[in-house]
Design a protein around this ligand. Structure first.
Ligand SMILES: O=C(O)CCC(=O)C(=O)O
Length: 254
């Protein structure tokens, strides 16, 4: 069974090498213990209030799962969430990966509950497949807010699959599991095959996802729809820019 490389957050070259070789890796110590605790606290009430399988359409339930909770509009939960989106390592790596300035594609809390089955293997880049873009244009991080273990739904990743032809399917022996302690992050490319894992425990596995794309591409999440106006009005200028909002444009309307 292949294993994902684990690289310290300060080892920039090690991270870039693993991304190029495997298309995904675990970044250790992505969040400090203190920040991890504050992020969990900031999200706790919103998460507990959400129903399982809170997606919009039956089609999406099939993809997202029936024992899964998803939450967008994350910046309304405070400055700690903003700090996760604006993580210096992500803002350093993402432009390197996509070849220029970036914006956020989407921010999503991904909670996988007991009895959830393994999600369908997929490439996130396929969300834009009709555009026929050939280069890598999506850099993602899934921050572990709880420990990720194979048994509780750690993300399944197929190392090296970003180099494969689009019709090659992995066999079971090619699957790796993003096992990592809370506070680490799975970093991966849009063309790497992956999925949420099966959860056979009685724990909830929580991942905090942020996707970064080139600033000329259209994001999946419209932050003006998912966030209240007062949230958008208090964001740092650099964050507005990362959401693709022009600071003066938005503030003039609230
Ligand atoms: O929850 C995870 O670990 C990954 C989920 C995922 O890949 C997705 O929903 O696109």
């Amino acid at each position: 069974m292949p294993e994902l490389q684990q690289v310290d957050v300060n080892d920039r070259e090690g991270i870039l090498q693993a991304l190029e070789q495997d298309g995904g890796l675990v970044i250790l110590k992505y969040l400090s213990d203190a920040r991890l605790e504050r992020v969990r606290n900031a999200l706790a009430r919103a998460i507990s209030g959400l129903p399982w399988c809170n997606t919009y359409h039956a089609y999406e339930d099939e993809f997202f799962g029936h024992k899964t909770k998803r939450l967008h509009g994350l910046l309304q939960y405070g400055a700690e969430l903003e700090a996760c989106l604006m993580h210096p390592r992500a803002l350093d790596l993402a432009p390197r990966v996509v070849g220029g300035p970036v914006i956020m594609s989407t921010g999503e809390l991904m909670a996988i509950g007991p009895e959830e089955t393994q999600q369908r293997l997929h490439r996130d880049a396929d969300s834009w497949r009709r555009s026929g873009l050939s280069k890598e244009f999506l850099f993602s991080v899934n921050i572990a807010l709880t420990d990720f273990r194979r048994e509780n739904g750690a993300t399944v990743v197929v190392p090296g699959s970003h180099h494969w032809p689009s019709d090659r399917q992995p066999n079971n022996g090619e699957l790796a599991f993003a096992e990592m302690p809370a506070g680490s992050a799975l970093a991966y490319l849009g063309n790497v095959i992956h999925s949420g894992g099966e959860n056979v425990t009685d724990e909830v596995r929580m991942g905090l996802y942020f996707g970064y794309i080139p600033s000329w591409l259209r994001p999946l999440e419209n932050p003006v729809q998912t966030h209240p106006a007062d949230t958008l009005a208090r964001l740092q200028p650099a964050t507005c820019q990362l959401l693709g909002l022009s600071e003066e444009g938005f503030v003039a309307y609230v």
